[in-house]
Write a protein that binds this ligand. Structure first.
Ligand code: GLN
Length: 484
């Protein structure tokens, strides 16, 4: 059962080959058998899942079921789920039972899908290796001495080990695409505003965006159909029609114009990664695409710009966690200041504190113009580069990550080395553009992702470009031996 695509699962459920309860139990059994090795889940919602599965079976019987009714999934622990722990992998929220569902969860529930549990992540989504979680590291199913990537590392590991048929993630600077690359998945970060952020615990509000983490573009399209759409509860949600992302998957790639930014293929790029990406590009040429070198001249500004904007916004967003209204509260506070200081001091981990301090500094009087304002100006330059490029090309391709999965502990003492793991993904978020990572090959048994970047609201085109590649390659179908 766990090697089937969403369409295959859907047909089997609709034809009565198995019930949603049986399918859900199968995945719960797999989670029980394997999660101990991977630490991919913070919460396994057994009872909740079986109750949803029973309701789905009723809909299937009554013929009121939709395409995804009865199919299980895993949610990153950043989405509020009513009645279940929603921790954002922080001690600060380790006692937070969400009183409502995030819009994404509400929509997915309405489609009749079954929530298996909540996946591990970097604390408040800050990280590239899933090593900042209060709940411990997640291991990469391709090699359990290595990281799965972050921050959606739990969703990625759960998917790679086939503990869920599909999962949600969020991407502020690469957190869907980079773990997808390191775990051999198809991950899509849509255009900013395409999916509601309501009920998604905020990290950096102008960058955060939810998306699907899947085994194929076909599966990602099916989940995106349910996730996307306007929500009046999110002021940056965009009121624009949602196309059927499955309808155009098979469109021809004849004449597709691919741009390869020279800044992504500089001498700094590992030649082995470059070789994998070049092979993928050649495959696209054989499918009818043309290739052109382009330039995104301000690419070098993306890491410094992101690491001013994201901490600034996180310092503001996380100020609501003060030990008063919800979340961790220290014991026996002497006075109000002590309550704030100790609750926050105890509740936040090291990386989160580092970012709050950087962000508070960058936003403070006297420094705002020098840092935050300057970063916003750089952000505009980065966006303009992309718009210039999209005058000549339809899609931009390059590596998703500068390396394959690295060893646990390798970068934990060097925050800057860790920040560089997102060097190819950050600019997409700064510009608000959609980006994808798809499996493109292996180096020494470890997966490598190809990144696709499209213009605003070109998700359907990206999924089509990914799907055509997946019809002629089988990288995306590979599963680590132990989890077959
Ligand atoms: N790794 C980046 C960071 O640490 C991006 C994280 C994300 O996309 N949530 O901020």
């Amino acid at each position: 059962m766990h090697n089937k695509s969403l369409s295959e699962l859907s047909s089997a459920l609709h034809n009565g080959e198995f019930t949603s309860v049986e399918l859900t139990q199968h995945y719960l059994d797999r989670i029980n058998a394997h999660n101990g090795k991977l630490n991919a889940f913070i919460t396994v919602a057994e009872e909740h899942a079986l109750a949803q599965a029973r309701a789905a079976d009723q809909r299937l019987q009554q013929k009121t079921a939709g395409k995804l009714t009865g199919i299980p999934l895993a949610h990153k622990d950043i989405f509020c789920t009513q009645g279940l722990l929603t921790s954002s992998a922080s001690k600060m929220l380790s006692n937070f039972i969400a009183p409502y569902d995030a819009t994404v969860v509400e929509k997915i529930n309405a489609a009749g899908m079954v929530t298996l549990g909540k996946t591990n992540m970097d604390e408040f989504a800050m990280g590239s290796s899933n090593e900042t979680s209060f709940y411990g590291n997640v291991k990469n199913p391709w090699d359990t001495d290595r990281v799965p990537g972050g921050s959606s590392g739990g969703s990625a590991a759960a998917m790679a080990a086939r503990l869920a048929p599909i999962a949600t993630g969020t991407d502020t600077g690469g957190s869907i695409r980079q773990p997808a690359s390191l775990c051999n998945l198809t991950g899509l970060k849509p255009t900013y505003g395409r999916i509601s952020r309501y009920g998604m615990i905020a990290f950096a509000s102008s960058l955060d965006q939810a998306g699907p983490m899947a085994h194929s573009a076909e599966d990602a399209a099916l989940l995106l159909n349910e996730m996307a759409g306007f929500d009046e509860r999110d002021s940056t949600s965009i009121d624009k029609e949602v196309p059927d992302y499955s309808a155009t998957l098979n469109d021809s790639l004849e004449g597709l114009r691919i741009g390869l930014p020279k800044e992504f293929f500089s001498d700094d790029l590992d030649p082995k990664i470059a070789a994998v990406i070049n092979d993928a590009v050649k495959m696209y040429q054989s499918l009818g695409a043309t290739v052109k070198e382009i330039t995104l001249p301000n690419t070098g500004l993306s890491v410094p710009t992101y690491y001013v904007v994201a901490p600034a916004e996180c310092s503001s967003n996380l100020s609501r966690m003060d030990g008063v209204r919800f979340g961790h509260r220290c014991e026996n506070p002497a006075d109000l200041d002590d309550l704030y200081n100790r609750s926050r001091g105890e509740g936040f981990g090291e990386e989160v504190k580092r970012r709050i301090m950087i962000g508070t500094y960058a936003l403070s009087a006297g420094y705002y113009d020098a840092y935050y304002l300057k970063a916003q100006q750089c952000r505009r330059l980065i966006s303009d580069d992309f718009q210039q490029a999209f005058n000549d090309v339809d899609v931009i391709m390059g590596p998703t990550a500068p390396s394959t999965a690295f060893k646990l502990g390798d970068k934990t003492d060097d925050p800057v080395a860790m920040y560089l793991a997102d060097i190819y993904t950050l600019s997409t978020n700064l510009a608000g553009l959609p980006g994808m990572s798809i499996p493109a090959g292996f180096i020494d048994g470890l997966p490598v992702g190809l990144q696709l970047i499209g213009n605003y609201f070109e998700e359907a085109r990206l999924l089509n470009i990914a799907h055509r590649y997946q019809q002629v390659t089988d990288w995306h179908t590979q599963t680590p031996e132990e989890f077959k």
